[in-house]
Design a protein around this ligand. Structure first.
Ligand code: ZN
Length: 392
């Protein structure tokens, strides 16, 4: 495939995922917590993505779909444990694999509800992404034959209210130029909010200089809109359940982070030095200190009015023998004959041929892979795979 110039989005640059300083963290097992009558939170294990469940007599509204396949199945089981109603709507709060990836488990018959900008992305999904989406749950292969997300979705420009079985469910979009389509879900009668991306709790926000996760400017905008609702309970995208005070804490956090970078810029420090000196020790017990470098660089760009870093992504092909497999196949290395190790990473979009799923990758297998190389970036954890074929 030819090289493409495009804005790097989530998934292309998933170099950060591994290094987590375990501090404020949800438990080793996901929890299903009742928040109000007919409203439940699925709190992901170890700060994995959360989900929210709203039961109505017209069916279940599910917000987000579980961090990975076992979590999605677990989430579906937890829903079945509290209602016989089918999941009829799946709202995507954030168009990232850990929120969207479980959608083929529920749709169809459920309908996806996404922001217009996400709908555009879904309409433009590439064949390998659709294949990978269909294959995510082997038990769903027959149900998804010939289908893609665009065949069962509705989208909203900014606000929509679902009125179901006497319940009011408000979907709220706060405009963000770069991070596409975060939808917050607000239940005014119960005082419960799914806060989408900006509502991180006890976790350093994952913002990146390619602005694929928004900017601190838009985080503040989103937080302001969410705080105005005065939620009694907040289900954050990741992390323990919170309330309006946690949204306020995130405002304080973001303002402090911006101030720190601004002070260093005023002193004339170069970016490399700002990144080196930047810390958020005031929030020492928060999860994911691995996000600091990118946060400092993002703020550095924002404060100068610079747009996102645009990274040239080049698609490459490789052929070789697997020499190492880690994290149940999420990462593996191949030797393509030149003696050099090529490290690759399987994401939620990667299409896998020849084996059922990534857990079946083994040392010694022969593979052909196409993968993406973001130019000028250190592929610390490996390059993202588009497609990998394992020879029988
Ligand atoms: Zn997430």
């Amino acid at each position: 495939m030819q090289g493409l110039l495009r804005l790097a989005t989530a998934g292309f640059l998933a170099f950060l995922g591994l290094a987590a300083a375990a501090v404020a963290m949800t438990g080793e097992k996901a929890e299903f917590v009742k928040l109000a009558d007919d409203v439940y939170a699925y709190v992901g294990k170890r700060n994995d993505a959360n989900a929210m469940v709203i039961v109505t007599n017209q069916g279940v509204v599910l917000v987000d779909t579980g961090n990975n396949q076992p979590d999605t199945r677990d989430l579906a089981e937890k829903i079945r444990s509290v209602t016989n109603q089918p999941v009829r709507w799946v709202v995507i709060s954030q168009y990232h694999g850990d929120h969207f990836g479980g959608s083929p488990y529920f749709t169809p018959p459920a309908t996806l509800i996404v922001h217009d900008r996400v709908a555009k992305e879904l309409r433009e999904m590439k064949p390998y992404q659709i294949k990978s989406w269909r294959k995510r749950f082997p038990e769903r292969t027959a149900a998804l034959e010939g289908l893609a997300p665009k065949d069962m979705m509705m989208s909203i420009p900014d606000r929509m209210t679902l009125n179901l079985g006497g319940k009011r469910i408000e979907l709220i979009y706060v405009d963000d130029e770069y991070n596409i389509g975060d939808l917050a879900v607000w239940l005014p009668d119960a005082g419960v909010l799914h806060g989408a991306f900006a509502a991180y709790k006890d976790r350093h926000p994952d913002i990146r200089p390619d602005y694929s996760h928004g900017t601190t400017t838009t985080m503040l905008k989103q937080l302001e809109a969410l705080i105005a609702l005065k939620p009694r309970v907040v289900v954050p995208a990741h992390g323990p359940l919170g309330d309006v005070r946690d949204l306020q804490a995130m405002v304080d956090y973001v303002l402090l982070a911006r101030q720190k970078v601004r002070v260093m810029m005023d002193k004339g420090l170069p970016l490399a030095e700002i990144i080196k000196q930047f810390h958020m020790n005031e929030f020492r017990d928060w999860d994911r200190t691995s996000h600091f470098d990118w946060m400092a660089e993002t703020i550095f760009r924002e404060l100068q009015g610079l747009g996102p870093i645009r990274i040239k992504i080049v698609d490459r092909d490789a052929k070789g023998v697997i020499t190492k497999v880690t994290e149940e196949g999420r990462y593996f290395s191949i030797d393509s004959g030149d003696g050099k190790e090529l490290r690759l990473r399987i994401g939620s979009d990667s299409n896998i041929e020849g084996i059922a799923d990534r857990t079946k990758l083994r040392v010694g297998q022969k593979v052909v892979a196409s993968y993406q190389v973001p130019e000028g970036f250190n592929p610390a954890l490996g390059y993202d795979i588009i497609e990998v074929t394992v020879e029988p």
